[in-house]
Design a protein around this ligand. Structure first.
Ligand code: CO
Ligand code: CO
Length: 328
């Protein structure tokens, strides 16, 4: 669902009852909810599931689990438990495939250092998989979307364009090596990136998923009361995605994102395919952080040293003013 549609539905609901233990709830747009349980600990909770975006069951499981856990990393939390959320057409698709999906998800939960403690499966026309995941955080170390300050350096930890690439795969327009590369990028946990981009060095953070780099950056700028200036470079894009974008191979969600952001982005002379890539509706993208300017040198070095971080890309800076993103 597009960001606009969801906001409309939520705005029509009565204000949900809250309480003082809720540190991040429905009144703030953020990656996960946070509930304080004592002086030193808060629970961070999130859920995410979707239909397959790749053919292989295990890969789908790995990507869906990495994507769900990502919202915990984006808050600075450490995952502790996870529950499987599953829809499956058991009359149409062999149960072995379900086993593969769950195996892939379990691998990622364990790699995150969390434990799988249950789940729920329903019969469904189309397979769906994801996790409800819980993490722990110190109540004073929550990293929110709001908090970016002018002068902060914007860093992302995975290249973008996975939505365009998986759309190309469905149309059999992508080389096998580019497909495998994109699958591995999506399946990568944001664990290592979050270790480098911790509370001490960042002012704001989120992860890049369905609203694309620009949609999630806009949410961050809106929550922070700042703008941003970006300088596009071709190392931002997953191998093979730029060619597809030039051919106009783009998922519907990406086009919706461009439309939604039309009043908040000054594209200047950006070509059409760059708009597609920057607004690409992704699954399991990287972290997007506003890094304190005096920490950025050390942070980038740490990110680059860590083989589990797909990339560490400085994309621009936070500027003062309206939540407008300038693209050069
Ligand atoms: Co998120
Ligand atoms: Co989410």
């Amino acid at each position: 669902m597009g960001p606009e549609a969801l906001k409309t539905v939520l705005s029509q609901l009565p204000q949900p009852k809250s309480r003082k233990e809720v540190l991040v709830g429905l009144d703030i747009i953020d990656d996960a909810g946070v509930y304080q349980i004592n002086e030193d600990q808060a629970l961070v909770q999130t859920i995410d599931f979707f239909t397959p975006i790749v053919d292989d069951g295990r890969d789908f499981g790995r990507i869906a689990a990495a994507n769900a856990l990502s919202d915990l990393y984006a808050m600075g939390a450490e995952p502790i438990t996870a529950l499987n959320v599953v829809g499956f057409p058991s009359q149409k698709i062999p149960l072995e495939i379900l086993g593969e999906i769950l195996r892939g998800g379990q691998e990622k939960v364990e790699e995150a250092g969390a434990v799988l403690i249950g789940g729920h499966t329903v019969d469904d026309d189309e397979p769906k998989y994801g996790l409800s995941a819980t993490g722990l955080i110190h109540p004073q170390r929550i990293i929110k979307k709001g908090g970016a300050r002018p002068g902060d350096v914007l860093v992302m930890t995975k290249p973008i364009g996975a939505g365009i690439l998986t759309t190309g795969v469905k149309g059999e327009m992508v080389e096998e090596k580019d497909t495998q590369n994109a699958v591995e990028i999506m399946a990568k946990l944001n664990k290592a990136g979050a270790k480098c981009l911790n509370f001490d060095v960042v002012n704001a953070m989120t992860d890049i998923t369905g609203f694309g780099l620009m949609g999630h950056l806009f949410e961050m700028m809106q929550a922070s009361g700042t703008g941003a200036r970006l300088k596009i470079s071709s190392n931002w894009f997953i191998d093979g995605s730029e060619v597809l974008a030039q051919k106009g191979v783009v998922p519907g969600g990406t086009l919706r994102n461009i439309k939604f952001l039309e009043n908040n982005v000054n594209w200047n002379n950006a070509p059409r395919h760059h708009k597609f890539l920057l607004c690409d509706a992704m699954t399991s993208g990287g972290l997007l952080a506003a890094v304190k300017p005096d920490k950025v040198g050390r942070v980038i070095k740490e990110l680059e040293k860590d083989a589990d971080v797909p990339s560490s890309i400085i994309i621009g800076e936070v500027i003062s003013g309206e939540p407008i993103i300038e693209v050069f």
